[in-house]
Design a protein around this ligand. Structure first.
Ligand code: NAD
Ligand code: UD1
Length: 336
């Protein structure tokens, strides 16, 4: 199948492009490189041994988006392109709504014009806000806590209405929990700009000596060791989930929503200890105040994806840490 991957040069996109190519698909990427580098795609090509189409295009530029559809003529789209920094979204909400929501509207309009109505969409567990029930099921109410999260809620609503208006759309909305780790070759991985906000890249940068020590945000949560619990999922499992979601789309149209997580929660200290075992030395840390907006616990009920997609995230925490560490130690400056 000819698959267009928006945001394909980014962290999850690169891993997914590789999985798609390895499954025999013809893949092209549309990315404005706002948060990624061309090098990631060169490395995907080296791993797959196959060429990857690349369009240096912004979703906010409809004529260019149209050109991509004319030239590549995709049969399906995987839509990763978005801005994702929560703190920045609070500071610059309009930029986030403009990029994420308008970008998605432009994409859907182009898809409609070119009669390509098959779409797998990157959503996030952020749409559950502070969940009332754990594990979280797809039926839980949607209520984000920041503009980034609301932009995901809005995009989900837009897709719901598109399908209502025209049931021939084939939509799969994937709500990721916490994607971490890297391809086991150590040649592609997460390459955050500046000081990382998220736990895994922060810990690996401490372990490699780029940062002095980890600050653990909160040691007084109502959890076994007092630190926050999350559902970390290996990025390659996540990438494979996309392939499965695409393969299982109803040929006659449909709109499905799936949690992609492991269903298992680990605390910040569990992650630190796993890294210490793998790296072979202590990770210096201090426990500081809670980070505003954080919840104590968040993990998925992955049952729907297991049943309907016959997909399960099989890689465990040790493998997530090992692969994240291999990527970080082989590429201390990321793709630079
Ligand atoms: P990323 O920043 O590495 O990748 C996103 C890519 O989209 C980047 O390459 C960026 O340059 C591109 N992009 C952004 N705006 C664009 C635009 N207007 N036009 C063209 N390209 C554009 O992020 P990621 O971690 O790979 O996330 C991929 C998707 O998954 C995003 O939609 C994100 O919101 C979602 N998600 C990520 C996480 C996570 O923790 N990484 C969790 C849940 C959901
Ligand atoms: C973050 C995003 C969320 C996104 C999710 C997916 C924020 C505020 N939220 O969630 O929108 O959907 O990633 O990956 O960015 N921690 C520390 N010290 C650190 C960094 C993190 O103790 O330096 C703790 C956090 O308090 C949390 C856990 O580690 O308990 C995981 O944090 P992080 O990796 O930032 O992910 P989330 O906050 O779950």
């Amino acid at each position: 199948m000819r698959i267009l991957v928006t945001g394909g040069a980014g962290y999850i996109g690169t891993h997914t492009c590789l999985v798609l190519q390895q499954a025999g698909h013809d893949v092209a990427v549309l990315d404005n490189l706002a948060n990624s580098k061309r090098e990631g795609l060169t490395r995907v090509e080296a791993l797959s041994g196959r060429p990857l189409g690349f369009y240096h295009v912004d979703l906010l530029d409809p004529p260019e988006v149209d050109r991509v559809f004319r030239e590549f003529a995709p049969e399906a789209v995987l839509h990763f392109a978005a801005l994702k920094a929560v703190g920045e979204s609070v500071q610059f909400p309009a930029k986030y709504y403009q990029n994420n929501v308008t970008g998605t509207l432009n994409l859907c309009a182009a898809m409609d014009r070119h009669a390509v109505r098959t779409l797998v969409f990157s959503s996030s567990a952020t749409v559950y806000g502070a969940p009332e029930e754990i594990p979280i099921r797809e039926e839980a109410p949607l209520r984000a806590t920041n503009p980034y999260g609301w932009s995901k809620v809005m995009m989900e609503l837009i897709l719901t209405d598109l399908h209502r208006a025209d049931p021939t759309w084939r939509l799969s909305v994937l709500r990721y929990f916490n994607p971490v780790g890297a391809h086991q070759s150590g040649t592609i991985g997460e390459d955050p700009t500046g000081i990382p906000n998220n736990l895994f890249p922060y810990v690996t940068q401490v372990a490699v000596g780029k940062l002095d020590n980890l600050q653990i945000f909160g040691g007084d949560y109502p959890t076994a060791d007092g630190t926050g619990i999350r559902d970390y999922i290996h990025v390659v499992d996540l990438a494979e989930g996309h392939l499965r979601a695409l393969e299982r789309l109803d040929p006659n149209g449909g709109h499905q929503i799936y949690n992609l997580g492991t269903g298992r929660g680990y605390s910040v200290l569990d992650v630190v200890r796993a890294f210490e075992r793998i790296v072979g030395r202590a990770i210096p840390y201090e426990i500081v105040d809670r980070r505003s907006g954080d919840v104590a616990e968040c993990y998925a009920d992955p049952g729907r994806a297991r049943t309907a997609l016959q997909w399960e995230a099989g890689r465990d925490l040790d493998q997530m840490c090992e692969d994240a560490w291999r990527w970080q130690s082989q590429n201390p400056s990321g793709y630079a």
